[in-house]
Design a protein around this ligand. Structure first.
Ligand code: NAP
Length: 251
């Protein structure tokens, strides 16, 4: 009998970890899909396809053509479009859908968070007075800060921001997480950062800057998540593996 086929929508540490666990599980035939945003993506432990599907329609066709039994949406919590497409595509095909989402970070005593609903709101929250900003939201939405050229920016991303930002005072740092709290504290201190703009991504890989900001008393403008689509959701790889076994390989 053919093994049930699983497709993981990836681009995150969790997706890769889940792929690693499923690669070792002979009950399933697992593949992962990446958007192709990163110039030099890390190798994946299972068959990998790269590039968009062509919207919800394209994804629905792919699920049918490839006879996918389970779609796991393990994309980044801020990758809203692909998650929306996944929810729509499975409605058309009847494929099971499981979302793997890291829990959000919660503020702790000592945190100085200014919550905002979008990156554009974060730009306004910086205010008019020039500040030294650590921009840690990835490269795709960094262009919004061209509307606030009075600030100095340290911009960290995996790949360079393209096209280059039209900002008079900026420094680019190219780096891939995880980032240790001590290193983040050094960066914040040496660059004399007085405000961080971050997305509430959750997980440990990028939490170092949040913990370092708390210790140093630095404000964090925190872009909060939008409410996700109403799909069956787990918060860790172990939970995902349990759910997958329950759905696809009942005892
Ligand atoms: P998005 O806005 O939700 O998606 C834009 C389009 O990219 C989608 O409509 C889809 O194209 C394609 N796409 C996205 N993820 C895909 C995947 N795993 N496999 C195949 N196609 C995919 O996503 P985004 O914010 O640009 O993020 C792109 C990728 O980077 C995601 O996979 C995400 O997990 C990862 N990532 C995002 C962030 C972030 O802050 N947004 C941070 C870290 C990693 P079609 O409509 O043509 O299918």
């Amino acid at each position: 009998m053919e093994k049930p086929r699983i497709l993981i929508l990836g681009g995150t540490t969790e997706a890769r970890e889940l792929a690693r666990c499923l690669a070792e599980d002979v009950r399933y035939d697992t593949a992962i899909s990446l958007a192709g945003r990163t110039a030099d993506p890390r190798p994946q432990p299972v068959k990998t396809r790269i590039g968009g599907f062509g919207g919800a329609d394209g994804l629905a066709h792919f699920l049918r053509d490839e006879n996918i039994a389970l779609l796991v949406d393990a994309t980044h919590p801020f990758a809203a479009r692909i998650s929306h497409n996944a929810a729509e595509a499975v409605q058309r095909t009847g494929t099971r859908l499981l979302a793997l989402r890291r829990p959000e970070w919660q503020p702790e005593p000592g945190d100085r968070w200014t919550p905002v609903e979008s990156v554009t709101e974060a730009v306004h929250a910086l205010g008019d007075v020039p500040r030294r900003v650590f921009l840690a939201i990835g490269r795709q939405e960094a262009f919004h800060f061209e509307a606030a050229p009075q600030h100095s920016y340290i911009i960290r991303s995996v790949d360079p921001v393209t096209p280059p930002l039209d900002l008079p005072d900026q420094e680019a740092i190219l780096a891939t997480g995880p980032f240790a709290q001590a290193d983040e504290a050094t960066l914040l201190e040496t660059r004399r950062i007085d405000v961080i703009v971050a997305k509430n991504s959750g997980g440990s890989a990028t939490y170092g800057k949040i913990a370092a900001a708390r210790r140093l008393g630095i404000e964090v403008i925190m872009v909060e998540r939008r409410k996700p689509a109403d799909v069956s959701t787990v918060g860790s790889c172990d939970e995902a593996l349990d759910r997958i076994a329950h759905w696809l390989a009942p005892a």
